[in-house]
Design a binder for this molecule. Structure first.
Ligand code: GAL
Ligand code: CA
Length: 349
């Protein structure tokens, strides 16, 4: 009898201990440490996106939900980023948000995450589908690259139709150059292709003068544009830039060489960064395509909380099982004020 009692007692204690562990796991899920790593801190759009992400997390904090965040800059090196992933996992991050340096090379990061059971939300630079399928705790938050290209093409077509002086040499064609983001980036390849195709299919005759890579960067774009101006003089009638920073760099180049209004091409960007919106407001840039950083930041923040607490997962709008895409929208002089005040139509509540 005594023995039976002792066994029962031990069993009870074991069960209690198990329960205690269970509770602890429950309590731990109310404390979220998010590790964020982005490809390069000099990127204007991403700095805006991370600022919005910070604000979204602030809004999600509750008495029983503590959220902390650590940010790392990979400074353009995939190897550095792999090391940072390891460092942040070792530091106890419960979820990671990764903006890949090389979107085609996430395997080491995925292995580290899976071995340590730390979910990853990739953002802005989309891994290829097969890589995302490697583990069920891999997610992606971004936007439809194709849509941004189509909208840029539509804006460009609208500009040409509304202003006959854009075809400066009156040859019935628009002489254009493209400033492209990084080689191999989904937003560079797909935007260029769709912008040009959309212009063509809307009946605008085009003549391509040059494509130049400027890595999303304003200074590099200025440099490329200065070369293009010295090569083509006042032949360039339109500048399509894969993002606002590069459109602004092109404008900087024209401001540097003594341009006159009559030799200035029409500039169209993508992103709707603060400086980009201001340029639309000042009529320096004809239009831009709003890359909804507030919407993306909100989805990332809600997803980061949901993967850890399990709360709110079914409020998220997934495609391809674990991807979330936010829509773009067109910005011109006509509606730019809504974006400057409200920070984007989508989120102006
Ligand atoms: C794009 C954005 C660019 C740049 C790039 C970085 O979506 O339009 O400005 O931030 O992402 O991956
Ligand atoms: Ca022309």
């Amino acid at each position: 009898m005594k023995l039976k009692k002792a066994v029962m007692l031990t069993l009870c204690m074991a069960i209690q201990l198990l329960c205690a562990c269970g509770n602890e796991a429950g309590a731990a899920s109310d404390k979220i440490h998010i590790g964020v790593i982005y490809y390069n801190q000099s990127d204007t759009f991403l700095n805006g996106l991370l600022e919005s992400f910070r604000q979204e997390l602030e809004a999600l904090k509750k008495d029983d939900l503590e959220i902390t965040m650590t940010v790392r800059d990979a400074a353009g090196s995939q190897r550095t980023q792999n090391d940072q992933v390891k460092e942040l996992i070792d530091a106890g991050c419960s979820v990671l948000c990764v903006n890949l340096v090389d979107r085609a090379d996430p395997s080491e990061i995925i292995d580290l995450a899976r071995d340590n059971d730390v979910p990853i939300i990739f953002f802005n630079r989309e891994p290829v589908a097969e890589d995302l399928m490697q583990w069920e705790k891999l997610y992606y938050v971004g936007a439809y690259a194709e849509q941004s290209g189509i909208m840029q093409g539509e804006l460009a077509a609208e500009a040409v139709r509304s202003d006959s002086t854009i075809d400066r040499n009156k040859d019935g064609k628009i002489q254009y150059v493209v400033l492209e983001g990084e080689a191999g980036h989904q937003d560079a390849i797909i935007r260029t292709e769709n912008a040009v195709d959309t212009l063509k299919s809307s009946g605008i005759e085009l003549e391509k003068l040059s494509y130049q890579i400027a890595n999303w960067n304003r200074a590099q774009a200025q440099n490329r544009m200065e070369q293009l101006i010295s090569q083509f003089h006042d032949e360039i009638e339109m500048v399509l830039a894969n993002n606002d920073d590069m459109a602004l760099g092109a404008i900087d180049a024209y401001k540097k060489v003594n341009y006159t209004e009559t030799t200035l091409p029409v500039f169209i960007g993508i992103d709707g960064t603060d400086v980009g919106l201001q340029a639309v407001m000042d009529s320096d840039m004809w239009g831009t395509v709003y890359n909804d950083k507030e919407g993306q930041a909100e989805a990332m923040a809600k997803l980061a909380v949901a993967v850890i607490t399990g709360d709110g997962m079914n409020e998220l709008d997934f495609e391809k099982e674990r991807c979330i895409y936010l829509p773009y929208s067109k910005v011109t002089r006509e509606n730019v004020e809504d974006y400057i005040k409200g920070g984007g139509e989508e989120t102006a509540e």
